[in-house]
Ligand binder design. Structure first.
Ligand code: HEM
Length: 217
C-alpha cells in the first residue's frame, strides 16, 4: 500500500512543479500582444523541439498516467476494505469533504485534462483538427489558437469553473503527498497546511482568470 501511495505522492509533486511552470508560461498571454505572441510561440516551439524538454514531457505524461492509475487502484482497495461504510458512518473527525471525495474531484480534473489536450496538444503536437497558422517568425501560432478558443464563452466557463475542483485537489493533495513521504513534524504540518492553501489558490485562480481576461480583452 505504501508503495502505491508513494507513487501517487511523488508523481503528484512532480505535477505540482509542472503547474507552476505551465502557469508562468501562460501568464505571457496577458502581456501586450506585440510582446506576447512572439514570446508565447517561441516558448511553445522550444517545448516541442528541445530534446531535453521532450524527455521531461514524457516524464510528465508517465506521471499523469501513473498518478491516475494508482489513485484508482487505491480508491478501489479502500472501498473494498470498508464494504459497510454506508451502514454506519465513522468519518474521522479531521476528514474533510475534499478528502472524502478525492475520487470524484479527480474525475473532473481528468475530464479537464482530456478536453484541454484535445484543444491544444492534439492540434499543436499531433497536427489534428483545423490547420494551424504560423506567426511572422515561422513558429506555430499557439497564441492565436489560445485567443480563438477563449473567444468562446463556453470554453471560458469550462476552463474557469473546472479550476475549482483543481484547487480543492491541490490543496488536499499537496498536504497528503508530504505526509505520505514521511513529513510528520507538528509545527511543519501547520506551515505545510498554509503553503498548500496558498499554492492551490495561486494555481487555480491564476489559471481560472486567464481565459476570462483573454475573453474580455
Ligand atoms: C489558462 C489555462 C491554460 C492554458 C491557456 C493552457 C495552454 C496550454 C497549451 C498552449 C499547451 C500546448 C503546449 C505546446 O506544446 O505548445 C498546453 C499543454 C498542456 N497543458 Fe495546459 N493550459 C492551461 C491550463 C492547464 C491546466 C490547469 C493543466 C493541468 C491541470 C494543464 C495541463 C497541460 C498538459 C499536461 C499539457 C501537455 C504538456 C506537453 O505536452 O508538454 N494546462 N497547455
Amino acid at each position: 500500500m505504501f508503495l502505491r501511495k508513494g507513487v501517487i505522492a511523488a508523481t503528484g509533486l512532480f505535477l505540482c512543479i509542472f503547474l507552476i511552470v505551465h502557469l508562468s508560461a501562460n501568464a505571457i498571454l496577458l502581456l501586450p500582444e506585440e510582446t506576447a505572441r512572439g514570446l508565447y510561440n517561441t516558448y511553445s516551439t522550444t517545448l516541442r523541439e528541445s530534446p531535453l524538454i521532450k524527455i521531461v514531457a514524457y516524464l510528465l505524461y508517465a506521471s499523469i498516467i501513473f498518478h491516475v492509475v494508482y489513485a484508482v487502484i487505491v480508491t478501489i482497495k479502500n472501498r473494498r476494505a470498508k464494504p459497510n461504510k454506508y451502514a454506519v458512518n465513522h468519518k474521522l473527525e479531521n476528514s474533510t469533504w475534499t478528502s472524502q471525495n478525492m475520487g470524484l474531484i479527480g474525475i473532473f480534473i481528468l475530464l479537464f485534462i482530456v478536453i484541454h489536450l484535445a484543444n491544444f496538444w492534439a492540434k499543436v503536437k499531433l497536427g489534428l483538427g483545423e490547420s494551424v497558422g504560423l506567426d511572422m517568425d515561422g513558429n506555430v501560432d499557439v497564441y492565436q489558437i489560445t485567443y480563438s478558443l477563449f473567444q468562446n464563452i463556453y470554453y471560458v466557463l469550462f476552463y474557469t469553473v473546472l479550476m475549482v475542483p483543481l484547487g480543492l485537489h491541490l490543496n488536499h493533495g499537496l498536504k497528503s503527498a508530504f505526509r505520505t513521504l514521511g513529513f510528520y513534524h507538528r509545527k511543519g504540518l501547520r506551515v505545510l497546511t498554509n503553503v498548500s492553501l496558498v499554492y492551490a489558490a495561486i494555481i487555480s485562480v491564476g489559471f481560472g482568470i486567464i481565459p476570462l481576461i483573454v475573453y474580455f480583452k
